[in-house]
Design a protein around this ligand. Sequence first.
Ligand code: PLP
Length: 393
Amino acid sequence: MSIFDPPVYLDYAASTPLHHRALEEMLPFLSSGYGNPSSTHQFGRCARAAIDDARDSVAQLLHADASEICFTSGGTEADNLAVFGSVLSADPSRRRVVVSAIEHHAVLHAANRLSDMGFEVQYAPVTRSGNVDLDAISALIDEQTVLVSVMLANNETGVVLPVKKIARIAKAAGSLMHTDAVQAAGLINIDPKDLGVDTLSISAHKFYGPKGVGALWVRRGVKLTPLLYGGAQERERRAGTEDVAAIVGMGAASRLALAERNQWRDAVNQARQAFQDEFDTLAGISLHGETEKRLPNILNYGLSGVSAELLTMRLDALGIAISTGAACASGSLEPSHVLTAMGFDKDEVNSSVRISFGRDSGADVAGQAAKLIAKTILHLRHLRQMPQLHQIL
Ligand code: PLP
């Protein structure tokens, strides 16, 4: 029986709802504004102007120039373009790629593919609190290194990583530096030039824009081998007729993020605090990841004596949506590579959940949800004492 009606969504790190104003701006491009932006007639020019506006808005969000924004089909493609695109057009004598062990699979699996292609891939370890070990990563970066990729904030723990310091180390060795800022956009100020990176990925659906659209910021002068060949769109970096409505939605979300980000963050802080006030008194729980430098929206808890999978299923039936980790890894039999890299064993990983908040979570609802989650945990722990009952759950 669902207790919360409507159900409570506490999985904003997986995706956020589309902002109504982004939707309003998108709708004309799903109906009358159907021109191909590459066409020179008025239908095409209208679509092109809308893309240009959106590009300006995304550029403003990143303190960048519009020419540095390359639209993609999302964070995954932006990460792949950064990894393959920069490595394949860089100095061919450099054969080493360094990534942190807690990157999103969009970076990790791309790096694995580079390893199949003969590159040497090194995985920088992280500490128990989910931060990249600066000495360890520094030891891996040398004049053989073509690319370093370390995310700005981790999607499972919310820990914010020292990208600026790592970029300095990468630059000193003459290597390119990419950062995946997909989770950070819309919550913290992002300035790629200040970070000192060469490429930076974002994805609209993490900050109240539509799914299926993202962008790679590319520092002027950095060469990229495209992933897609065909037309000359996106300055020949990404061929294919643009998804005008989605790009317009991303532009609107970027403008809203710039204007409303502080309010969003306050609302997120209030909801998360209300949740923690209720939840953190529960015995046998531990908050994973550094407490200082983290995004305000993500909590990752280890819950001793509880199966995270069972808990999320029970909560789903009760009307609360949380997750066992990254959404795209849910359902996979592999335990979280992030928590594993942080040194947690399989049992600890399998009893960990991610709870994430958004601008409209609401402090009252978050507090009530915390109470019910705590109660459900106690219930599951109690049932665990009775193995026969536990088995049929
Ligand atoms: N990078 C990070 C850190 C993410 O959290 C995600 C999505 O979960 C992605 C990349 C992939 O983005 P998209 O879903 O837009 O492909």
